[in-house]
Design a protein around this ligand. Structure first.
Ligand code: ADP
Length: 169
Protein backbone atom coordinates (compact mmCIF):
# COMPACT_ATOMS: atom_id res chain seq x y z
CA UNK A 1 0.00 0.00 0.00
CA UNK A 2 2.78 2.42 1.00
CA UNK A 3 4.61 1.54 -2.23
CA UNK A 4 1.48 2.26 -4.25
CA UNK A 5 1.05 5.66 -2.59
CA UNK A 6 4.72 6.49 -3.14
CA UNK A 7 4.52 5.43 -6.79
CA UNK A 8 1.44 7.58 -7.41
CA UNK A 9 3.12 10.51 -5.59
CA UNK A 10 6.31 10.10 -7.64
CA UNK A 11 4.33 10.08 -10.87
CA UNK A 12 2.30 13.12 -9.87
CA UNK A 13 5.36 15.05 -8.70
CA UNK A 14 8.37 13.94 -10.75
CA UNK A 15 11.81 15.36 -9.94
CA UNK A 16 11.93 19.05 -10.70
CA UNK A 17 13.17 19.63 -14.26
CA UNK A 18 15.97 21.79 -12.83
CA UNK A 19 17.25 19.03 -10.53
CA UNK A 20 19.76 17.76 -13.11
CA UNK A 21 21.03 21.34 -13.44
CA UNK A 22 22.47 21.36 -9.91
CA UNK A 23 26.09 22.47 -9.84
CA UNK A 24 28.99 22.06 -7.46
CA UNK A 25 32.49 23.43 -7.11
CA UNK A 26 35.44 21.04 -6.93
CA UNK A 27 39.14 21.74 -6.67
CA UNK A 28 42.03 19.32 -7.00
CA UNK A 29 44.34 20.73 -4.33
CA UNK A 30 48.08 21.38 -4.86
CA UNK A 31 49.06 17.90 -3.63
CA UNK A 32 46.59 16.32 -6.06
CA UNK A 33 48.00 18.34 -8.96
CA UNK A 34 51.62 17.52 -7.98
CA UNK A 35 50.76 13.84 -7.67
CA UNK A 36 49.16 13.83 -11.17
CA UNK A 37 45.72 12.94 -9.82
CA UNK A 38 43.78 15.46 -11.95
CA UNK A 39 42.94 12.91 -14.64
CA UNK A 40 41.87 10.34 -12.05
CA UNK A 41 39.51 12.84 -10.39
CA UNK A 42 38.00 13.95 -13.71
CA UNK A 43 37.63 10.32 -14.76
CA UNK A 44 35.67 9.46 -11.62
CA UNK A 45 33.22 12.34 -12.04
CA UNK A 46 32.76 11.70 -15.75
CA UNK A 47 32.28 7.98 -15.19
CA UNK A 48 29.62 8.68 -12.55
CA UNK A 49 27.67 10.64 -15.17
CA UNK A 50 28.26 14.26 -14.23
CA UNK A 51 28.86 17.01 -16.74
CA UNK A 52 31.90 19.29 -16.67
CA UNK A 53 30.90 22.91 -17.17
CA UNK A 54 34.14 24.70 -16.21
CA UNK A 55 37.78 23.84 -15.52
CA UNK A 56 40.95 25.87 -15.04
CA UNK A 57 44.41 25.63 -13.51
CA UNK A 58 44.78 28.40 -10.93
CA UNK A 59 47.50 29.70 -8.64
CA UNK A 60 45.11 30.91 -5.96
CA UNK A 61 45.82 34.16 -4.12
CA UNK A 62 45.85 34.37 -0.35
CA UNK A 63 42.87 36.71 -0.52
CA UNK A 64 40.77 34.25 -2.53
CA UNK A 65 41.69 31.36 -0.23
CA UNK A 66 40.91 33.35 2.92
CA UNK A 67 37.47 34.06 1.51
CA UNK A 68 36.97 30.49 0.33
CA UNK A 69 37.77 29.12 3.80
CA UNK A 70 36.30 32.08 5.76
CA UNK A 71 34.19 29.73 7.93
CA UNK A 72 37.37 28.07 9.23
CA UNK A 73 39.10 31.35 10.16
CA UNK A 74 39.11 30.59 13.86
CA UNK A 75 40.49 27.05 13.58
CA UNK A 76 44.08 26.33 14.73
CA UNK A 77 45.04 24.87 11.34
CA UNK A 78 43.75 27.85 9.32
CA UNK A 79 47.19 29.35 8.61
CA UNK A 80 48.60 25.98 7.54
CA UNK A 81 45.55 25.37 5.35
CA UNK A 82 46.05 28.66 3.48
CA UNK A 83 49.78 27.92 3.00
CA UNK A 84 48.97 24.40 1.75
CA UNK A 85 46.43 25.73 -0.75
CA UNK A 86 48.92 28.38 -1.94
CA UNK A 87 51.79 25.89 -2.28
CA UNK A 88 51.06 25.23 -5.98
CA UNK A 89 48.36 25.39 -8.63
CA UNK A 90 44.93 23.93 -8.05
CA UNK A 91 42.51 22.68 -10.68
CA UNK A 92 39.19 24.44 -10.13
CA UNK A 93 36.11 22.84 -11.68
CA UNK A 94 32.36 23.12 -11.84
CA UNK A 95 30.36 19.93 -12.32
CA UNK A 96 26.66 19.61 -13.01
CA UNK A 97 24.11 16.86 -12.53
CA UNK A 98 21.38 15.32 -10.44
CA UNK A 99 22.10 15.77 -6.72
CA UNK A 100 25.70 16.56 -7.64
CA UNK A 101 26.57 18.37 -4.39
CA UNK A 102 25.70 15.42 -2.17
CA UNK A 103 26.98 12.79 -4.61
CA UNK A 104 30.33 14.59 -4.93
CA UNK A 105 30.85 14.49 -1.19
CA UNK A 106 30.22 10.72 -1.35
CA UNK A 107 32.73 10.31 -4.19
CA UNK A 108 35.28 12.44 -2.32
CA UNK A 109 34.96 10.77 1.09
CA UNK A 110 35.41 11.99 4.66
CA UNK A 111 37.56 15.06 5.42
CA UNK A 112 40.13 12.97 7.28
CA UNK A 113 41.43 10.33 4.86
CA UNK A 114 41.79 7.95 7.82
CA UNK A 115 37.96 7.94 8.03
CA UNK A 116 37.35 7.91 4.27
CA UNK A 117 36.01 4.66 2.87
CA UNK A 118 38.03 2.73 0.30
CA UNK A 119 36.65 3.55 -3.15
CA UNK A 120 36.36 7.25 -2.35
CA UNK A 121 39.00 9.67 -3.65
CA UNK A 122 40.34 10.50 -0.20
CA UNK A 123 40.02 6.86 0.85
CA UNK A 124 42.08 5.71 -2.13
CA UNK A 125 44.71 8.42 -2.57
CA UNK A 126 45.73 10.05 0.70
CA UNK A 127 46.51 9.46 4.35
CA UNK A 128 46.45 12.81 6.17
CA UNK A 129 43.81 15.51 6.70
CA UNK A 130 46.34 18.25 5.94
CA UNK A 131 46.96 16.78 2.45
CA UNK A 132 43.58 15.48 1.41
CA UNK A 133 43.85 16.03 -2.36
CA UNK A 134 40.44 17.50 -3.20
CA UNK A 135 37.80 20.02 -2.18
CA UNK A 136 34.08 19.71 -2.85
CA UNK A 137 31.28 22.08 -1.81
CA UNK A 138 29.34 20.79 1.19
CA UNK A 139 25.93 22.36 0.44
CA UNK A 140 23.96 23.99 -2.36
CA UNK A 141 24.56 27.40 -0.80
CA UNK A 142 28.32 26.95 -0.47
CA UNK A 143 28.43 25.57 -4.04
CA UNK A 144 26.73 28.75 -5.28
CA UNK A 145 29.13 30.99 -3.34
CA UNK A 146 32.26 29.04 -4.28
CA UNK A 147 31.39 28.92 -8.00
CA UNK A 148 30.87 32.70 -7.93
CA UNK A 149 34.15 33.19 -6.05
CA UNK A 150 36.32 31.08 -8.38
CA UNK A 151 34.66 31.62 -11.78
CA UNK A 152 33.27 34.47 -13.83
CA UNK A 153 29.82 33.76 -15.26
CA UNK A 154 31.22 33.61 -18.81
CA UNK A 155 33.61 30.81 -17.83
CA UNK A 156 30.71 28.43 -17.18
CA UNK A 157 29.76 26.72 -20.43
CA UNK A 158 26.25 25.58 -21.22
CA UNK A 159 26.65 22.82 -23.77
CA UNK A 160 24.17 20.38 -25.25
CA UNK A 161 24.45 17.05 -23.46
CA UNK A 162 23.36 14.14 -25.64
CA UNK A 163 24.13 11.72 -22.80
CA UNK A 164 21.51 12.91 -20.29
CA UNK A 165 18.71 10.73 -21.72
CA UNK A 166 20.68 7.66 -20.69
CA UNK A 167 21.06 8.88 -17.09
CA UNK A 168 17.66 10.31 -16.14
CA UNK A 169 14.10 9.06 -16.45
P1 ADP B 1 35.98 19.39 3.84
O1 ADP B 1 37.16 19.77 2.97
O2 ADP B 1 35.80 17.88 3.85
O3 ADP B 1 34.72 20.14 3.48
P2 ADP B 1 36.36 21.13 6.16
O4 ADP B 1 35.55 22.19 5.48
O5 ADP B 1 36.02 20.80 7.58
O6 ADP B 1 36.34 19.76 5.34
O7 ADP B 1 37.90 21.55 6.13
C1 ADP B 1 38.45 22.19 5.02
C2 ADP B 1 39.85 21.69 4.83
O8 ADP B 1 40.65 22.08 5.94
C3 ADP B 1 40.01 20.17 4.78
O9 ADP B 1 39.68 19.61 3.52
C4 ADP B 1 41.46 20.01 5.12
O10 ADP B 1 42.28 20.33 3.97
C5 ADP B 1 41.66 21.11 6.15
N1 ADP B 1 41.53 20.58 7.51
C6 ADP B 1 40.39 20.26 8.16
N2 ADP B 1 40.65 19.81 9.40
C7 ADP B 1 42.02 19.87 9.54
C8 ADP B 1 42.93 19.55 10.58
N3 ADP B 1 42.50 19.06 11.75
N4 ADP B 1 44.24 19.73 10.36
C9 ADP B 1 44.70 20.22 9.19
N5 ADP B 1 43.88 20.55 8.16
C10 ADP B 1 42.56 20.37 8.32
Amino acid sequence: MICLVLTIFANLFPAAPGAAQERTFLAVKPDGVQRRLVGEVVRRFERKGFKLVALKLVQASEELLREHYAELRGRPFFGRLIEYMRSGPVVAMVWQGLDVVRASRMLIGATDPADASPGTIRGDFCVEVGKNVIHGSDSLESARQEIALWFRADELLCWEDSFGHWLHE
